[in-house]
Design a binder for this molecule. Structure first.
Ligand SMILES: Nc1nc2c(c(=O)[nH]1)N[C@H]1C(S)=C(S)[C@@H](COP(=O)(O)OP(=O)(O)OC[C@H]3O[C@@H](n4cnc5c(N)ncnc54)[C@H](O)[C@@H]3O)O[C@H]1N2
Ligand code: MOO
Length: 403
């Protein structure tokens, strides 16, 4: 079977998503990191009234000549407006956020007033007509759409949603992503490790990635390399009604690589298998009922790199976010010479340094897909296209930043 190019595989994976997650209504306080299910309109105008941007005096701009004396006729504080109108020669003590009294069009900041706190103040130099007034609707107006469906709610957008007057939001339900490690050699961190065993790490890495992407991870533990155990654990993903099943390991061509056969035995329609990428070649996708199946290679770096390239867009597609297949790479320059590449697109673990020419990415000498410590030191992946010619230090490249 020939190797599938990365963009073809990614498109097929995104196209295999059966639909966007249903919406649920949640209180604002529970919405951080969630994705809006519908456009959000302002239920109110902000600010609702003209108000002061500074502590000082509300004045009529025409009264502002240097040395002019103004009579303080009242006070306007935030939450306690001045009831009345300003006449010529009058002013109202005012504080930041307080409503502007009728007749006033300017704030004289208290630094530009002599005799602060007395019934008569004098205008100093520096005062200008029209300064420091926030007109009604400066920020937004009732009915304006300020947040779009498919956008992720960060701190600024959540604050905005609150200011718009929404106590609850309609957000996409988190996709449930079941994660199944496979392999007779695996033990959990902290368990006794036999002479031919290794500690399972991939589930933790993938669960973190999935949760950062806005999905919920369901750890199905470790399936041993038997059809029975694999069938039982795949069955658990189905009865949990998972939206995605990620398997880890057992994806290659050895006698103990049973995952694909186990999934097919339960009715999986294979999408593609074997991608023109390094690491990650034995990756597999398919559909089992309405569950998207993604078989990641067991090598720890391969599974995490596949997670960045395929799982993040998949979760975004399920959440209804725009352009999940967008190119996530950025320009950079190479920190060292690289040899010509073969038929697999390479994702080289690299350090980054900011130079005058932009991000300089220096791929590590050793790129073995078992080397987790190197991955955790990497700032970025340098993309080397299939069949790329040798490249010199400082020549342009594309990078995917990992942090
Ligand atoms: N003859 C061939 N052999 C291999 C090929 C090939 O094309 N022909 N492909 C190689 C590539 S590339 C990769 S990547 C690996 C991936 O194989 P599997 O997906 O079947 O992975 P396993 O054999 O199950 O495991 C590989 C490696 O990773 C360790 N592992 C597995 N699961 C975990 C886990 N949850 N946490 C930590 N480490 C894990 C496992 O012990 C192995 O050391 O196949 C090549 N072989
Ligand atoms: O393609 Mo495998 O994922 O390098 O080791």
């Amino acid at each position: 079977m020939s190797l599938t190019p990365v963009p073809v595989a990614l498109k097929a994976l995104i196209d295999s998503v059966p639909g966007v997650m249903p919406a649920e209504s949640l209180p604002l306080a529970a919405c951080a990191g969630r994705v809006l299910a519908e456009d959000l309109k302002a239920l109110r105008t902000q600010p609702p009234f003209a108000n002061s941007a500074m502590d000082g005096y509300a004045v009529r701009g025409d009264d502002l000549s240097v040395g002019a004396e103004l009579h303080v006729v009242g006070e306007s504080a935030a939450g306690r407006a001045f009831n009345g109108a300003l006449s010529a020669g009058e002013t109202v003590r005012i504080f930041t956020g307080a409503p502007l009294p009728e007749g006033a069009d300017t704030i004289l900041i208290q630094e530009n007033a002599e005799g602060v706190g007395t019934p008569v103040i004098k205008v100093r130099e520096g005062a200008r007509k029209g300064l420091f007034v926030r007109p009604a609707g400066l920020d937004f107006r009732e009915g304006e759409i300020l947040l779009k469906a498919g956008s992720r709610l960060d701190s600024a957008s959540l604050g905005l949603a609150a200011a718009m007057g929404h106590p609850t939001l309609s957000v996409r339900r988190k996709p449930l992503v079941a994660i199944l490690a496979t392999g007779d050699e695996l033990v959990l961190p902290g368990e006794p490790v036999g002479p031919d065993q290794i500690v399972a790490s991939n589930s933790y890495a993938l669960a973190a990635l999935v949760e950062q992407a806005g999905a919920a991870a369901l750890d199905l533990g470790i399936a041993r390399d038997t059809h029975e155990d694999l069938a039982e654990k795949i069955g658990r993903a189905r009865s949990a009604d998972a939206d995605v099943l990620i398997t880890l390991g057992g994806a290659s061509v050895g006698e103990h690589d049973l995952v694909q056969a186990a999934l097919k035995a339960q009715g999986m329609a294979l999408g593609f298998w074997k991608i023109a990428m390094r690491p990650g070649k034995p990756m597999m996708t398919g559909r089992l009922g309405r569950m998207v199946a993604l078989g990641l290679p067991g090598n720890p770096v391969s599974s995490i790199v596949c997670g960045h390239l395929f799982v993040l867009p998949l979760v975004e597609a399920l959440l209804g976010m725009p352009e999940p297949q967008r190119d996530r790479s950025e320009p950079g320059i190479l920190g060292r010479d690289l040899p010509a590449n073969d038929e697999r697109q390479d994702y080289l673990r690299a350090s980054l340094a900011l130079t005058e020419a932009g991000w300089q990415a220096t791929p590590f000498e050793k790129q073995d897909s078992s080397m987790l410590a190197a991955l955790s030191r990497a700032d970025a992946l340098v993309i080397r296209s299939a069949f790329a010619e040798s490249a010199k230090q400082n020549s342009p490249c594309r990078i995917i930043r990992l942090r």
